[in-house]
Ligand binder design. Structure first.
Ligand code: ZN
Length: 152
């Protein structure tokens, strides 16, 4: 019985040590590699969407394309050229920033449509938010300081 207990404890010790060495190997493998970013998340989502679509139409063309996207994600994750991957991600985020700002602006306008009016400055095209129910007011653009009259 004692021997068995010793055996079990030795095995568990080996398992723990094996896990430790495995973790250490994984840590060494991933050290200096790029890992995951927003562009990779986007590529994963596109790859999965293409894979789902390929189940219904065009399996011969779309499925290899989705696998190619997944391969690209893995290559980017394991890449050691961190600066290049960061630049790619930065380009992606810059491309995404304008539509994201536009969406946020429209979301805000829709959520505040009962309490505020939104007018576009005729000179610099910036949206100006004013409270509703104030009658005819003079609005000064915060960016170019142009004044215009509007009824709220
Ligand atoms: Zn303006």
């Amino acid at each position: 019985m004692v021997y068995l207990n010793g055996l079990y404890s030795n095995q568990s010790c080996k398992l723990i040590l094996g896990g430790f060495f495995m973790n250490e190997r994984l840590r060494q493998f991933f050290a200096g590699r790029y890992r995951h970013d927003d562009l990779n998340k986007f590529l994963w989502i596109i790859a999965l969407a293409v894979m789902i679509v390929s189940m219904f139409v065009g399996r011969a063309v779309l499925y290899p394309f989705s696998l190619l996207l997944l391969l690209l994600c893995i290559i980017r994750m394991l890449s050691k050229n961190v600066m290049k991957r960061r630049r790619e991600n930065c380009v992606y985020l810059n491309l995404l920033s304008k539509p994201t700002r536009w969406m946020k602006s429209w979301k805000r306008r829709i959520s505040e449509r009962k309490t505020h009016c939104f007018y576009k400055c005729s000179k610099c095209r910036v949206w100006v938010r004013v409270p509703k129910g104030r009658g005819l007011i003079s609005i000064t653009c915060p960016k170019c300081h142009t004044s215009f009259d509007k009824k709220t």
